[in-house]
Design a protein around this ligand. Structure first.
Ligand code: SF4
Length: 191
């Protein structure tokens, strides 16, 4: 697996201050994507032990709430094995931190993946330009869902890993509000 960046105090990709791993590889080709440079799985840096160490050092800081996997698509088929291993080790080594993951796939198609067992929140679905709204918190277009993964697995997925009803949302749509030059958050936002 390759990656483009590790950001270490991100406020726009999940609750609190987060470390974000921006991986290479995505097959969704959403028109209007802000990161087309990340589509090619052969671009970027190899995610090696040094990169994992860098990630761990950043994640270990007290004020960091957790890690977000983004890209690209962390669930691009060529990324899945490495991401699964990373999820497993982060969950074990940082039990107090939350794990978010952004993907262009729909919850209904991936809820049976083992990866889900390690996530707190999944933001799913492709970016749709016609549903774009810059004020949305945690997502680029209205079709995407900010999903509470543990509750959704418990309440909305069969023993065979198939969806039986709509997933539970981590939060409803809420918006960044501009007030006197600053951004604040509307009701429902947890930061
Ligand atoms: S899933 Fe994300 S990275 Fe992939 S094309 Fe769509 S917006 Fe871009």
């Amino acid at each position: 697996m390759r990656y483009h960046d590790i950001t270490k105090d991100d406020m726009k990709n999940g609750d609190g201050l987060r470390v974000v791993l921006w991986v290479s590889g995505c097959e969704h080709a959403c028109p209007g994507c802000q990161n087309p440079i990340t589509w090619d799985p052969d671009e970027g840096l190899v995610f090696d032990e040094a990169a994992k160490t860098e990630l761990y050092e950043a994640l270990g800081r007290d004020y960091i709430s957790g890690i977000t996997f983004s890209g690209g698509d962390p669930l691009f088929p060529g990324n899945r094995d490495v991401i699964l291993e990373l999820l497993r080790s982060i969950r074990k080594d940082f039990p107090g931190k939350t794990i978010w993951l952004y993907t262009g796939y729909l919850w209904e198609d991936i809820c049976g993946l083992e990866h889900m067992r390690f996530l707190d929140v999944l933001v799913d679905g492709p970016f749709l330009q016609r549903q774009k709204d810059n004020r949305l918190c945690w997502k680029g277009s209205k079709n995407q869902r900010v999903i509470d993964v543990p509750r959704s697995l418990a309440e909305c997925v069969s023993d065979e890993g198939l969806p039986v009803k709509e997933p539970v949302l981590h939060c409803e749509d809420y918006f960044y509000l501009r007030e006197e030059g600053n951004y604040s958050h509307a009701k429902g936002c947890s930061i």
